[in-house]
Ligand binder design. Structure first.
Ligand code: PGA
Length: 253
């Protein structure tokens, strides 16, 4: 049985007080309403992590994730945050390779390989993001492009380490646009990714990996996406900022 996971990527939103309120609301709603076996990962901005950690401490479904980490373990990297710092405030997951980091901060497949290694070495679970632009999809190159992102950033890992990852497929044309991939488009890509992983690591590893969908996932479309055979949950941006919407998505399995 693969883990069912819904992760909320708050991005650069909410002051500390707002973040504390949001996390408290989500924590209460999840405790009252979510009976399913699902892991709910909150990924607030760095400076909220310590406070959110205290809110979710002792809950059985909520986990803490960071939106990024540095590829080095410590040193003279002004303004950066290390994996050990994240761990010291209770972080368990870290989003790596989000398309916004790739696009605005120049993060390449090769560079992301280092971040994945650093996160795994610290015992954090990377949520590794992949996904194509509209231009690539329209040229019909999306399967090659996305599988190549996995090959270049992840296929140096041992099968044991690869099995610790969570993958998130996020078509760039669907992120923050309100335009969700159809359940068929998402399932098709997830199936390709799982087959690609199986080709390298075997069926056992591929079948165990949770592959999340991200890109304008909301309460109205989460159930049909999560019902697909190869979709194991979601990485949620905009809708994770509203407790009611986010928890409704969590309840969509
Ligand atoms: P969105 O963002 O749900 O707002 O489209 C998803 C993401 O970027 O992780």
């Amino acid at each position: 049985m693969r883990d069912k996971i819904v992760a909320g990527n708050w991005k650069m939103n909410n002051t500390l007080d707002e973040g504390i309120s949001l996390a408290s609301e989500i924590s209460n709603m999840v405790a009252d309403e979510v009976m399913d076996d699902v892991k709910v990962v909150l990924c607030p901005p760095f400076i909220h992590l310590s406070s959110v950690s205290k809110i979710i401490e002792g809950t059985d479904k909520l986990y803490l994730g960071a939106q990024n980490c540095n590829d080095h373990t410590s040193g003279a990297y002004t303004g950066e945050i290390s994996v050990d710092m994240l761990k010291s405030v209770g972080v368990q997951y870290v989003i790596i390779g989000h398309s916004e980091r790739r696009e605005y901060y120049g993060e390449t497949n090769e560079f992301l390989m280092k971040k994945v290694d650093t996160a795994l070495a610290a015992g954090l679970t990377p949520i590794f993001c992949c996904g194509e632009s509209l231009e690539i999809r329209e040229k019909g190159e999306h399967f090659d492009f996305v599988t190549n992102q996995l090959t270049e950033s992840l296929f140096h890992l041992s099968a044991d380490d690869f099995g610790k990852l969570v993958i998130a497929y996020e078509p760039i044309w669907a992120i923050g646009t309100g335009k969700t991939a159809s359940k068929e488009q998402a399932q098709e890509m997830h199936e390709k990714l799982r087959a690609h992983i199986a080709g390298k690591y075997g069926e056992g590893v591929a079948e165990g990996i949770s592959i999340l969908y991200g890109g304008s996932c909301k309460p109205s479309n989460a159930a049909e996406l999560f019902a697909q055979k190869d979709i194991d949950g979601g990485l949620i941006g905009g809708a994770s900022l509203k407790s009611r919407d986010f928890v409704d998505i969590v309840k969509s399995f």
